[in-house]
Design a protein around this ligand. Structure first.
Ligand code: 13P
Length: 247
């Protein structure tokens, strides 16, 4: 059975002082766990966090990557640059990037390609808005979002991580029920199976108000292979409880 993956997404939170306290507590509490753990941190802190977790069984992730390879793209950070800092994972297509920065399915697919080419595992985020769910469009939306990444990445699709994050559950305290989440995860798994014989190896994470109280039930679902955790990843005890639930 594959190990679960619990990834924290710090979003635009943290400071040198706060990060050090948080990461040291995670390292101390994580022990020799049987699940994979990562923290996706703001770019300026990659070097700091990389040093703090080196050799400690926690991987570092970035929250975004440029869709371009190199050159005149002011403000952008390339996948190769992230790799220089020991980055193992990179979120692509988080709903906040799609919503506030106009990232299209095509841009998200290109970002996943750049990450893979640099040896970084993209965590491809998909998810429907509340309006889309209420209109009965959930499956159509997540399949369209994932199809773009499958189309652009061919057989390399078995190297990605997928995260299902219903937009209405992010930061709202509303979690998809375990059954609602499993339903969408099974749709995504079927789509991956049609694209690669390795689909069962792919981690499909759930994200959206995951916390210490609801993690175990979500993580017990057949097609939920881990979590992408926002707010609860900023509190060491809470994040460690989620990790414990995954073991
Ligand atoms: P919350 O866990 O704060 O709802 O955020 C989820 C998320 O967006 C992780 O990427």
């Amino acid at each position: 059975m594959k190990k679960k993956l619990i990834a924290g997404n710090w979003k635009m939170n943290g400071s040198l002082v706060v990060n050090e306290i948080l990461v040291k507590a995670l390292v101390a509490g994580n022990g020799q766990g049987t699940c994979l753990v990562a923290v996706c941190v703001p770019g300026p802190y990659l070097a700091q966090v990389q040093q703090l977790v080196a050799g400690k069984g926690i991987d570092v992730g970035a929250q975004d990557v440029s869709s371009h390879e190199v050159g005149a793209f002011t403000g952008e950070v390339s996948a190769v640059m992230l790799r220089d800092f020991g980055v193992r994972y990179c979120l692509v297509g988080h709903s906040e990037r799609r919503q506030y920065h106009g990232e299209t399915d095509a841009v998200v697919a290109a970002k996943a390609q750049r990450a893979l080419a640099a040896g970084i595992t993209p965590i491809v985020c998909v998810g429907e808005t509340l309006a889309e769910r209420e209109a009965g469009l959930t499956e159509e939306v997540v399949k369209r979002q994932l199809a773009a990444v499958i189309h652009a990445n061919g057989h390399c699709i078995s190297e990605v991580v997928v995260a299902y994050e219903p937009v209405w559950a992010i930061g709202t305290g509303k979690t998809a029920s375990a059954a609602q989440a499993q339903q969408v995860h099974s749709v995504l798994r079927s789509q991956l199976r049609a694209a690669t014989p390795q689909a069962d190896r792919i981690h499909i994470l759930y994200g959206g108000s995951m916390n210490a109280a609801n993690a175990a039930e979500l993580l017990a679902q057949t097609d939920i292979d881990g979590g992408l955790v926002g707010g609860a990843a900023l509190k060491s005890a809470e994040f460690l409880s989620i990790i414990a639930a995954a073991q």
